[in-house]
Structures are given as C-alpha cells and as structure tokens.
Design a protein around this ligand. Structure first.
Ligand SMILES: [Fe+2]
Length: 377
C-alpha cells in the first residue's frame, strides 16, 4: 500500500486498534471489482459474496453496538452502490461503455441568454428569500439552498431546454445513456462570511484543498450553471482533471469512499455527540475514531480535500491540475462529478448564485430523488 490515497488517511489511532482483514480476500475482491469496472458483462454475484465475506469478518471483530452499526451500514450501502453502478453500466452500449471508461467529461458551455433570463426571472423571489436568510446569519450550505417546489420544477424544465440547445445532452449521450434528462436542480446562494467550507482542523485542509471532493454517484453527470457573475474571489467552481486517477484508489477503497459519507449523515446522532459536533462530517470525533478502526484497505472518503495535510504531495497535484471556471450568468461547467475532483462556493468576497443540475433518466422520480441525489454532492 503506497498510493497517494494511502498516505492521507494514515492511522490516528494505535494500529493495534484497527480491525483486521484477510489480505487474500481483499486481493480477490479487488480483482473482482476491477473486472466489473473494465468489463460490461460480468456477473456481480462473486463480488457481492466476497464483499459479504469481508464485512462478516469485520462484524466478528466489533465490540460495541455503535461499531456494529457503523460496519453494517457501510456493508449495506456498499452492496447497494455496487448494484446501482452495475445497473448503470449494463445499460450502456459497447461504444458508450468504452467512451465512459476512457473519458472524464469536464468542459464549459455557455447557455443561450434567453434561457438564462428566464431562469433569473423564475428565481427572483427565491433568491431574495435566500439573501434575506443570509442577512439573518443563516449561512450554512443547507440554509441557502432550495431544491424542491414549483420554482425548481419549472426551472428544471427551462434548464433542460437550455442544455439541449447548447448541445450538452447530445455530448453526454456519448458516455452516458441516450435519454438523459434534467432530473434534479438546486438553487444555491453562497455569501461572504460563510465558513462551512473551511477545515475545522488546523492540521489538515487548507486553501488549496478544502472541500475538494468527487461525488458519490458515478451514473449522474452534473452541471453548475452560474446565475451571477463569478470572479476569482466569489467562489468559482474549480475542477482538477486527472486528480481522481492520481489518488490511486483500489476498487474497494473507491467503493467505500462513495458511501461512507452517507453512513455519517444517516447516523449523525449516533456517531456524533452534540458536544463533538463538527460542521465537516468526517471531522466528527466519534466518526473519526471509527474511520480509523477500518483497515487501511477500506479507508477513504469521497470528500477528502479537508483531510489533505498542508504541503502534502497531493496539495501540489491540486495546484498543478486546477482549472477555474470564471464567467457571467449562463456559464456552465458540465462534468462527471463522480470521477472529476471539484469544489466551488468558497466565497471570499461578494456572492454567487448558481443552479446545481443533475442529469439522469427517470423524471417521474424527480421529487423523490432530487433531495437524495443533491445531498450526495
Ligand atoms: Fe460535488
């Protein structure tokens, strides 16, 4: 184990407190997951049974109900995520699968001003509402986001027309499915004075890596659409081509990294006592302790930017690979958020209004899925 990924989450706990895994089983599971990743026609049953075997061996070592819950949740979510990823890949044609495997979409499109004006008109009252909340001191990310209701529903229709008009859906079709639609949208306001994105630890994170992450789902490309002018100080979206690959994650680490944030979110009251609350989920003390009981072979978090030590070699990768999206209303970054590391909304001065857009298949699930999908941003 000597990848960049392994050098970030080095144990904060005595090594003998980590649970132990059978190295042979880990190697076999990684091989199965790798074969599923590069082929489009593999059976999933072998990987699932190896996954079950691995987690059963961890469960046999837990000592408290909290540890049991933690391991069981990761197991359950890993199973679900793996099945979801396989369903997605099976729907791709051979050409799409080849393209999806080899490419990482991340490019800037400019939406037609007519659609942008319509979006600004539709959202004028919601933006005023969010600005009022910000003035009242409500500055957490969730305080300044609207992701449901009639405004969002109508905006998602306009966004879909705008994306089609700009050729975005046609471009996404090459690597994803034929009938992608806008299935989720969230209006987000970022304001100066907000601190949710800063590292809660003096040792970790920093201006070059805070909040950098990859999204948990691989099957839902995204877009960030600016509704205001966004300059270098007003929280521009940044993306880092090739950085995901530089991490050198094993397939098992990648799978766990995509679900472990949900474990924490779903069980916050269990894993994070009130006195230990941290605005950054992965820095909650109880959660942290459990994270380091996981063997290194399973240890990584999709939202890892907060955990990169300053001057770490990975920080240099961030600096050299950084692309910044600057522009006016209608500027849109279209990207494969599950495999392109990114961040945005880290405001220093001014404010930023954007739509975060999720592409997918089933619009009938819109109201049910949007919250879930956007929470995984
Ligand atoms: Fe994201």
């Amino acid at each position: 184990m000597n990848s960049i990924a392994d050098s970030i989450y080095v144990s904060e706990e005595p090594v003998d407190k980590s649970w132990i895994v059978d190295q042979q089983l880990v190697a076999e599971l990684n091989l199965s997951l790798y074969q599923l990743k590069i082929k489009n026609d593999c059976s999933e049953s072998l990987a699932l049974s190896q996954l079950d075997q691995l987690f059963e061996s961890l469960i046999a070592q837990v000592e408290t109900p909290m540890e049991n819950r933690f391991v069981s949740d990761i197991h359950e979510f890993c199973r679900a995520r793996l099945k979801e990823e396989l369903r997605f890949k099976q729907k791709l044609s051979p050409d799409q699968f080849r393209c999806w495997t080899n490419e990482r979409i991340a490019y800037v499109a400019i939406l037609d001003p007519l659609y942008v004006s319509l979006l600004k008109f539709l959202t004028v009252f919601k933006r005023k509402h969010l600005e009022q909340r910000a003035r009242q001191g409500l500055q957490k990310r969730t305080d300044l986001t609207v992701d449901s209701g009639i405004t969002i529903f109508l905006s998602s229709i306009v966004l879909e027309f705008a994306m089609r008009n700009a050729g975005v859906l046609e471009r996404l079709k090459l690597s994803f499915s034929n009938d992608l639609k806008v299935i989720g949208a969230a209006l987000e306001l970022s304001v100066s004075g907000s601190t949710w994105w800063r590292s809660s630890s003096k040792e970790f994170g920093g201006i070059n890596t805070d909040y950098a992450h990859f999204d948990e789902a691989i099957e839902s490309p995204k877009a960030i659409v600016y509704l205001s002018h966004v300059g270098s100080e007003s929280g521009p979206t940044e993306f880092y081509p090739g950085l995901f690959e530089s991490l050198g994650l094993t397939p098992l680490q990648e799978l766990v990294s995509r679900v472990i944030g949900r474990v924490d979110n779903n069980r916050r009251r269990v894993f994070c006592k009130e006195s230990q609350y941290s605005e950054i989920p992965s820095h909650a003390k109880d959660f942290r302790s459990l994270l380091f009981r996981l063997p290194a072979e399973l240890r990584f978090i999709s939202h890892f930017g907060w955990d990169v030590p300053e001057s770490h070699k990975l920080e240099s990768e961030f600096i050299s690979k950084k692309n910044t999206v600057l522009g006016g209303p209608g500027t849109a970054l279209i990207f494969d958020g599950g495999r392109v590391v990114h961040r945005g909304g880290l405001i220093r001065t001014g404010e930023r209004a954007v739509f975060q857009v999720v592409f997918g298949h089933n619009r009938s699930r819109f109201f049910r899925s949007v919250l879930f999908r956007l929470r995984r941003k």
